[in-house]
Design a protein around this ligand. Sequence first.
Ligand SMILES: Nc1nc2c(ncn2[C@@H]2O[C@H](COP(=O)(O)OP(=O)(O)O)[C@@H](O)[C@H]2O)c(=O)[nH]1
Ligand SMILES: [Mg+2]
Length: 233
Amino acid sequence: MKLTSLSIILPCYNEGQNVETVVRASDMVAKEVANDYEIIVVDDGSKDKTAEIASNLKKEIPQLVVISQANQGYGGAIKTGFEATKKDWIFFTDADLQFDLNELKDFTAHTSEFDFIFGYRAKRADKFHRVLIAKMLKVWNRIFLGFPLYVKDIDCAFKLMKRQEFIKTFPILSTGAMVNTEFILKLHKMGYKFKQLPVNHYPRLHGKSTGSSLGVIATAIKETFKLRALLRK
Ligand SMILES: Nc1nc2c(ncn2[C@@H]2O[C@H](COP(=O)(O)OP(=O)(O)O)[C@@H](O)[C@H]2O)c(=O)[nH]1
Ligand SMILES: [Mg+2]
């Protein structure tokens, strides 16, 4: 069954070589899975032509919205996207083509039963140190935040969520990598159940991953303690 309406969020930082392909792929799959849709590109202070390339596609794809902001980090970018959504369902993924947008079709089949359908990377196609950082984050989250163990892949950027329920997690405070941890913890506390589905993951062919840079990790550590204080309230 088709979704009534869908907002697709694509956070972008220097994705000039990927943005056109990912917007076109989003447009194709959105037509198949939803009666009405919008595609929101959040250009997070890119230093390349990401915003220009995306904006040029607006003539051809009227459902496309491009928002540019000063660089805030992954969480800040996705948060801007969340706040801009207007449709009944929210789907977000990365703009770097590490996921196959067509797999969204398998997700929509579960929307009559679940409000939150989260992907997990059965086999993650990232460098060893990137995967190690992700594993450490899981242990860290468990120790400091009591993160639910059954959530398989916290940061997997392939999530379909019902907007009306998801906005109960607002305001989202994290502007860095802890953004997924934050809203999953809030939803878990509210008693929501998540459907988890495997997704394929591909190596990044263009552009650079900064998901495990020192700055990102330092911000994540600071955000953990802010989150801890917030969740204790
Ligand atoms: N790393 C990073 N990614 C950003 C930022 N703003 C938006 N993004 C986007 O977030 C997504 C994931 O980033 P990436 O560096 O590939 O992270 P990784 O796949 O976890 O290593 C990509 O679509 C980026 O373009 C930012 O400030 N830093
Ligand atoms: Mg990536």
